[in-house]
Design a protein around this ligand. Structure first.
Ligand code: SG7
Ligand code: ZN
Length: 270
């Protein structure tokens, strides 16, 4: 069937605005982080340190929606608060990943023009102010996404648990319950230094509802683990079609950076 949007030449990021007018807004994501233009905002950000908690059992199911892998979580007992979020408490909804066709591209945000091999996103919603994820997703302070850059290097132990499950969700709409403990906090870097700015979802409908918090430190994942991501299919089981672009595998599922405009990029920690 005809897809509403994807990352192909035909329905890719430059065309999203035709069907999703919010994609043309002035608070869009991702952006390039120009480290020389970042504002250190010690009092506002470090007066309330960023804090999170994810029970080891939070990861409930792994899904292939046809454009990434996603782990749906049980938000109960999870929280993210402090830093730019102040006293509001956000719950973890899901985490997912973006990657390239090679190890030199794949992240959505870039740092001084440099892309990473991938970018992990932990998506949270504001439970202090809103009743459901859907309601929060429409509000300017509704969502908070923690971003982690992935760099090709040594294999990542916690991510390996995900890589081992991906062959079971190789096709679009595949969904597998998770019966082991995959701890989202083990996917974060050891150091808490971060950049933050106000932006949007990086996929349609590109709602301008996200407080972005990007860790400055990357995590390492192996070339092999990235190749497992690159083996996911964009089409459902039983619909094998050799005429798909790139044989129908999910690669380059990132939106290129958009102008920061007059938004402020702040940093906390190193
Ligand atoms: C991924 O990124 C998916 C989407 C997500 C989107 O394509 O994880 O979520 C689902 C349910 O498939 O959209 C609403 C939402 O979370 C955008 O999220 S992102 O801005 O963090 N990349
Ligand atoms: Zn994302």
């Amino acid at each position: 069937g005809i897809k509403e949007w994807d990352y192909s030449n035909q329905n890719g990021p430059s065309t999203w605005v035709d069907k999703f007018p919010m994609a043309a807004g002035s608070r869009q994501s991702p952006v390039n982080i120009e480290t020389g233009r970042v504002e250190t905002d010690h009092e506002a950000l470090s007066s309330k340190p960023l804090r999170w908690k994810y029970p080891a059992t939070a990861s409930r199911a792994i899904v292939n929606p046809g454009y990434c892998w996603r782990v749906d979580t049980d938000g109960d007992g999870t929280y993210l608060t402090g830093g730019p979020l102040m006293d509001d408490v956000y719950k973890l909804e899901q985490y997912h990943c973006h990657w390239g066709c090679s190890d030199s591209r794949g992240s959505e945000h870039t740092v001084d023009g440099q892309a990473f091999a991938g970018e992990l996103h932990l998506v949270h919603w504001n439970t202090t102010k809103y009743k459901t994820f859907a309601e929060a997703a429409k509000a300017p302070d509704g969502l908070a996404v923690l971003g982690v850059f992935l760099k090709a290097g040594k294999a990542h132990e916690e991510l390996e648990k995900i890589a081992r499950l991906l062959p079971y969700v190789s096709h679009k709409d595949d969904n597998l319950p998770i019966n082991e403990s995959i701890d989202p906090s083990k996917l974060l870097p050891d150091d808490n230094g971060y950049w933050t700015y106000l932006g949007s979802l990086t996929t349609p409908p590109c709602n301008e509802s996200v407080t972005w918090i990007l860790f400055k430190r990357y995590i390492e994942v192996s070339h092999h683990q990235l190749n497992v991501f690159r083996n996911l299919r964009k089409f459902p089981r039983g619909e094998e079609c050799p005429c798909h672009e790139n044989h129908g595998v999910v690669i380059n599922n990132f939106r290129p950076p958009l102008p920061l405009g007059n938004r402020v990029l702040r940093e906390c920690g190193s």
